[in-house]
Design a protein. Structure first.
Ligand SMILES: *Cc1c(COP(=O)(O)O)cnc(C)c1O
Length: 347
C-alpha cells in the first residue's frame, strides 16, 4: 500500500518503461541503415505490423504526432479541408502541424463520446463550388483520449467509412491506443482497421515500448509516407535498436492491457465512491478515466498539487476534470494507494 516517498504515476501510459524482454531483444537486434532499408529489425517490425492491422504496408515513425502529420500530408493537398472531431488529439495537441506543415484547414465537428455523427460528416463534406475548399480527409480517433479513452462503436465506424468511400475521401484513424480499443471490443485489431485507409498507433503508450509509432496503409500510401518522413527529419539509421522493443510490444501487450483496463475500472469505482468526486464508470472503457472534482470545493491545480505532495501524479484536464491513466507501471496496490491518498486529502 502507501509507502513514504513512493510515486504513483497516473499521468499517462507514455511513462511506461521497457520490459526485461525488450531490453534483451534490444541487445540482440540486427541493425542496419534504415534510410537504405537495411535494418532487418525495422523491416521485421513493419511486416509484422502490416500483417497485424490487415494492411499492405507499414512505416515505423518516431512519434504518433509525426505519424498523424505524415498521414494528413500523404492523403491531402495544401488548401484542402480535413474533417475532425473537435476535441481530437490532431486538432488540440499537435501544435497546429496540419495547418502549418500540411497546409490544410480543419473542419471540426462536435462528437458524442468522441464519435462524430455520420449525417454531420456527410453535411460537412464540401460540394463542388468555385468558392469552396475540397474535403480531403476524414479523421477518427480510437480510443478517444479526451472522452476518457472511450471506444468508438464499430457500427458507426463502418458507416463513416462507407460514406468516405462513396465520396472518395480517405479516412485516417488516429489509433494511438487502437490496441486498447480492440481489447475492449474483444475483437482483432484488424476489425477496427478495416474501416480506414490508414491507421497510426503508438508503441510507446500502453504497449510499453520506449519510443515509436506505426503508420499503416496501402503500399502506395506508405511509399509516399516514407518520403514525407525523410522530409520531416524522421529517417533514422540503426533504429532497429528501438524497433526491437516494438516487436516485443506487439507480441506481449495482451495481458498488460487486460490489467490496465481492470485497474482503471477499479480506480473509477473507488474514486466515484469518494464524496465530491464523480466518475462516470460506464464511460471507463479502457485505461483512461476523467474524474470530475468540481464538487470537492478545491480548484483542480490545487488538488493536483496536494496529490503530488503525497506522491500521486495525475494530469489536470480542465477546470473540473482530472485525468488518470493506468498502465504497466501501476498495479492494483497502486490503485488502492491512489484511492486512499485522494480520500485522505478530501477527509
Ligand atoms: C499520444 C497521442 C498521440 C501522439 O503520440 P506522440 O507519440 O505522443 O506524439 C496522438 N493521438 C492520440 C490520441 C494520443 O493519445
Amino acid at each position: 500500500m502507501e509507502n513514504q516517498n513512493q510515486i504513483y504515476d497516473f499521468r499517462s501510459d507514455t511513462v511506461t518503461k521497457p520490459t526485461e524482454a525488450m531490453l534483451e531483444e534490444i541487445l540482440k537486434a540486427k541493425v542496419g541503415d534504415d534510410v537504405y532499408g537495411d535494418d532487418e529489425t525495422v523491416n521485421q517490425l513493419e511486416v509484422m505490423t502490416a500483417d497485424k492491422l490487415g494492411k499492405e504496408a507499414a512505416l515505423y515513425v518516431p512519434s504518433g504526432t509525426m505519424g498523424n502529420l505524415i498521414a494528413v500530408m500523404a492523403h491531402t493537398s495544401p488548401g484542402q479541408e480535413v474533417i475532425l472531431e473537435e476535441s481530437c488529439h490532431i486538432y488540440l495537441y499537435e501544435v497546429g502541424g496540419i495547418a502549418r506543415l500540411a497546409g490544410v484547414q480543419a473542419k471540426t465537428l462536435k462528437g458524442v463520446n468522441g464519435m462524430m455523427k455520420v449525417e454531420e460528416i456527410e453535411a460537412a463534406i464540401r460540394q463542388e463550388n468555385i468558392h469552396f475548399p475540397e474535403s480531403g480527409l476524414i479523421c477518427l480517433e480510437n480510443t478517444h483520449n479526451m472522452s476518457g479513452g472511450m471506444v468508438l462503436p464499430l457500427e458507426e465506424m463502418k458507416k463513416v467509412y462507407k460514406l468516405a468511400q462513396i465520396k472518395q475521401i480517405p479516412l485516417h484513424i488516429d489509433g494511438a491506443r487502437i490496441f486498447n480499443a480492440a481489447n475492449y471490443l474483444k475483437v482483432d485489431v484488424k476489425e477496427i482497421a478495416q474501416y480506414a485507409d490508414s491507421v497510426m498507433f503508438c508503441l510507446s503508450k500502453g504497449m510499453s515500448a520506449p519510443i515509436g509509432s506505426m503508420l499503416v496503409g496501402t503500399k502506395e500510401f506508405i511509399a509516399k509516407a516514407r518520403k514525407l518522413r525523410k522530409m520531416l527529419g524522421g529517417g533514422m539509421r540503426q533504429v532497429g535498436i528501438i524497433a526491437a522493443a516494438g516487436i516485443v510490444a506487439l507480441r506481449d501487450h495482451g495481458g498488460w492491457l487486460d490489467l490496465d483496463h481492470q485497474n482503471a475500472s477499479t480506480l473509477a469505482e473507488g474514486l466515484n465512491a469518494i464524496e465530491g468526486i464523480k466518475v462516470d464508470t460506464e464511460k471507463v472503457h479502457t485505461n483512461i478515466l476523467m474524474a470530475d472534482v468540481s464538487a470537492t470545493g478545491i480548484k483542480v491545480p490545487e488538488l493536483v498539487e496536494k496529490m503530488k505532495e503525497k506522491g500521486l501524479l495525475v494530469n489536470p484536464r480542465n477546470e473540473s476534470l482530472i485525468r488518470f491513466v493506468t498502465h504497466r507501471g501501476v498495479n492494483s496496490n497502486d490503485v488502492e494507494a491512489a484511492i486512499k491518498i485522494v480520500k485522505e486529502i478530501l477527509a
